[in-house]
Every structure is written in structure tokens, then in C-alpha cells.
Design a protein around this ligand. Structure first.
Ligand SMILES: [Zn+2]
Ligand SMILES: [Zn+2]
Length: 162
């Protein structure tokens, strides 16, 4: 990503001049693709998150429109949530934050874990890193549907200080 510090275009000038950059600088912050639609080719990039060593259920495949954890795409809420998830995946480093198992490698050799809201957003908690855990697929299903789901929730809340 290159950011140029340019003169703004002069509206009074009939002759359109190419804009000229006085200064070029390289943005030191890494940029990463945080959304890629397999069917549409639509993608979104942002900065301040780790480039793709890790993937979750939303990064890997076309998001499932029926997934209750998936906000409507193309909103700032969605993009902010993607940033949170990418930071959480980086924090986990490819290891399930509940059971300590390493995530598997999908076809593109990233490490796959699923991002999970420890306290559901419908309970009115802020959408932030401390409320998101990176879990192995089995742990994620158990966090939602297992008999031990309240134990998992309590453990994750204690772990992240919520
Ligand atoms: Zn696990
Ligand atoms: Zn979940």
C-alpha cells in the first residue's frame, strides 16, 4: 500500500493536469484482506491486522447467510468485527483458546480456528477482543451446543477477564 502526499486538483484550471506527488512514503502498517467472496470476487482490505497466517470460518469460505454470528456484510460493524476476529486469531497463534489443540491447516496452509463470541452480542456486551475466543471447530460447536457450554463460557470469560 503506497500513500502519496499530493496537491489537490485546482478546479479553476481548465486543463486537467495529472496530480503530482511531492512526497512518497511507505505505510509501515501491514494491510490484509479481511474478506474475500469466493463467488463474487468481492474483497475488502484493511490495516492494523495481521496478514493471513490464520483463518476463521468467515475468512475461509463464502460466509453463510444464515449464520447468526455473521453480521450484514459491507457495514462498518462487519468490518470492525472482522478486525476484532483477525486480532483474536493472531492472539491465539493457531492454538484453540479452550482446549489447547492446534487448528488444522486448510487447503491454503493457513491455520484454521473458529472465532466465537464468549458472551453473545445479543446480551448487550461490546464487540471487542476480550469477548472473542478462537476455538477449534469441535470446541466451538461444544461452546454452543454441548452440555458443558456454561463451563466453557465461564472458563473463557475468566481467561479474558470478562
Ligand atoms: Zn479446542
Ligand atoms: Zn460461536
Amino acid at each position: 500500500m503506497i500513500i502519496c502526499d499530493c496537491d489537490t486538483h485546482d478546479d479553476d484550471d481548465d486543463q486537467a493536469k495529472p496530480s503530482r506527488a511531492k512526497r512518497h512514503t511507505v505505510d509501515p502498517v501491514p494491510w490484509a484482506i479481511i474478506y474475500y467472496g469466493m463467488m463474487t470476487g468481492e474483497c475488502c482490505i484493511t490495516h492494523c491486522v495481521a496478514p493471513g497466517r490464520f483463518a476463521d470460518q468467515f475468512a475461509l469460505i463464502e460466509p453463510d447467510a444464515t449464520d447468526p454470528e455473521r453480521p450484514t456484510r459491507e457495514t462498518s460493524t462487519y468490518l470492525r468485527r472482522r478486525e476484532v476476529c483477525m486480532r483474536v486469531l493472531k492472539r491465539a497463534g493457531g492454538v484453540c483458546e479452550y482446549c489447547g489443540e492446534r487448528g488444522f491447516e486448510p487447503h491454503d496452509s493457513r491455520t484454521y480456528l473458529e472465532t466465537h463470541h464468549v458472551v453473545p452480542l445479543c446480551e448487550g456486551v461490546p464487540d471487542q477482543d476480550s469477548n472473542v475466543a478462537a476455538l477449534c471447530p469441535d470446541g466451538h460447536r461444544r461452546a454452543h451446543h454441548g452440555q458443558e457450554r456454561s463451563v466453557i463460557r465461564a472458563q473463557l470469560q475468566a481467561q479474558f477477564g470478562r
